[in-house]
Design a protein around this ligand. Structure first.
Ligand code: CTP
Length: 472
């Protein structure tokens, strides 16, 4: 027996509800239905049939649901999973509202030509259907038979349309049921079943987050991105799989929050945001030189006094998203090595660039304006080494992910990370878009900078100035 929810309890808390919308004039009402479902605590993912997209665009649904809208049965999610199957396997219920006569016929016959029928066919979750159509279509024997089959053979809950004025100008039965009645039917269909998929990583990815305030104005943030290339000879190099997506998302997010951004880009496969001060590098040695320059108090060559919006002052934070080679050829050749000569490479470890910056900063800590340092760790299989890296590198935050996990590796638009901090605590984030991960990291950086400044201010207030000393 389960306890009845108390007054004001959200009846769909923690549930994932798939909202299928098909091509009826009532499709616009689905936006309000989505709002009502989320007000009940549901996480909602929207599926649009091709004809629904002619009545309502996917944008409002995407913005309100915070998930990519699925409208093509052949589309894959940004992380490569098959969208309608992920929905079918993880949703607690599928609600089709409005359902057209055509959709009812396709469903009754198992024709999976659109994402809504495909997800419904592939799921074992309850399906709630709210038809809307012209009165004569609703009473046609074909529709009556199809609705009967959905109810009796498939066990679907059908929330019958109501009587009233129709799009045709006539009056009759065919209007989409009242939205609260559809929400009630979903709640009832779920009864006290456990949540099917509580793991957010197995649900459809979340695409966006709350827009942030301009909380990084007058901050200068250095971000490194992409993978370094270590020269073997003028033609060949040792590289890695980094695409620069995470670093570009960080730069984009920092700019949107008002920061001045220096973006040191090693090899990247994505467009870099306009507005960042981009410095291109190839090898770890070049990255090291650029990093020293960018972090330094002296303005980098070409940096301005701030009159053009670029701020020539020491960096307030470093976010080290670049995949830096751990080894580099000991003796790179300045001519191409002929194949006939054969090749045995001798590699030397590279300096730990983040560690180097941290030890320079270490000398400045103790109340001074030391920059906040963020490292990344791409691990495989487990994150157990991550807390040790925060201490070893003496950094403020380490963003660790398991690159062997689906949706979290190189070249994806999503990432599932855990943020470790100096105090030893960790924040395990769900699968998010890289842009949202960037904002979550910058939330920490902005808060740490504010704390740093207020500490410095308090220390300044407690320290009597020499003139105060004399007047006492
Ligand atoms: N990093 C760096 N210099 C290097 C290697 C890595 O600054 N030569 C930075 C990376 O940009 C990243 C962080 O250090 O932000 C952690 O990288 P990772 O390769 O996980 O750390 P390592 O200490 O090299 O550990 P591992 O033994 O896993 O290679």
């Amino acid at each position: 027996m389960t306890a009845a929810p108390g007054p004001g309890a959200r009846r769909l808390e923690g549930r994932l509800i798939a909202l299928g919308v098909t091509g009826s004039i009532a499709a616009y009402k689905a936006v309000e239905l989505l709002r009502l479902l989320t007000a009940e605590g549901a996480d909602v993912v929207v599926l649009l049939s091709p004809s629904a997209t002619r009545f309502v665009g996917p944008l409002s649904f995407a913005a309100l649901s915070r998930h990519p809208v699925e409208s093509d049965v052949l589309d894959l999610l940004p992380d490569g999973r098959i969208g309608h199957i992920v929905v079918a396997d993880s949703a607690d219920a599928i609600v089709v509202a409005p359902a057209t006569a055509h959709w009812l016929a396709a469903m009754a016959n198992g024709l999976a030509g659109d994402v809504v029928t495909a997800a419904a066919l592939a799921t074992s979750a309850p399906v709630v259907v709210a038809p809307a159509m012209d009165g004569d279509m609703w009473t046609h024997p074909a529709t009556v038979a199809n609705v009967g089959r959905l109810r009796e053979a498939f066990g679907y809950v059908v929330v019958a349309p109501e009587s009233g004025p129709l799009a045709s100008g006539q009056s009759g039965v065919g209007r989409l049921a009242e939205l609260p009645a559809i929400v009630d039917a979903v709640v009832e269909a779920l009864d006290s079943q456990p949540i099917r998929q509580p793991d957010a990583a197995r649900r459809p990815p979340i695409t966006d987050g709350t827009p942030r305030e301009a909380d990084l104005v007058s901050r200068r943030i250095v971000i490194t991105a992409g993978g370094t290339r270590e020269p073997i000879d003028p033609v060949r190099y040792i590289g890695n799989r980094s695409t620069g997506r995470m670093g570009a998302a960080l730069a984009d997010a920092a700019l949107a929050r008002g920061a001045a951004v220096t973006l040191i880009a090693a090899a990247v496969e994505v467009a870099l945001p306009e507005g960042a001060d981009v410095i291109r590098v190839e090898s770890t040695a070049e990255l090291r030189a650029a990093l020293r320059n960018a972090m330094a108090s002296a303005p980098a060559p070409g940096a301005s006094d701030g009159s053009d919006g670029r701020i020539a002052k020491p960096a307030d934070a470093l976010v080290m998203a670049a995949a830096v080679a751990d080894f580099t050829p000991s003796k790179p050749q300045d001519r191409k090595i002929p194949r006939a000569e054969g090749l045995t490479l001798e590699l030397s470890p590279t300096p730990d660039l983040l560690g180097e910056v941290a030890s320079l900063v270490g000398e400045k800590r103790n109340g001074k304006a030391a920059p906040i340092l963020v490292g990344f760790a791409a691990e495989t299989g487990s994150l157990e080494r991550a807390p040790g890296k925060v201490a070893a590198k003496s950094i403020d935050f380490l963003v660790a992910n398991d690159v062997s996990e689906a949706g979290s590796g190189f070249g994806t638009d999503t990432n599932r990370v855990t943020i470790f901090d100096r105090s030893g605590s960790k924040d395990e984030l769900p699968l998010l878009s890289k842009r949202e991960v960037a904002d979550r990291i910058l939330d920490r950086v902005a808060a740490a900078l504010d704390a740093r400044d207020s500490d410095a201010q308090t220390a300044g207030m407690q320290q009597p100035t020499s003139s105060e000393g004399r007047s006492r």
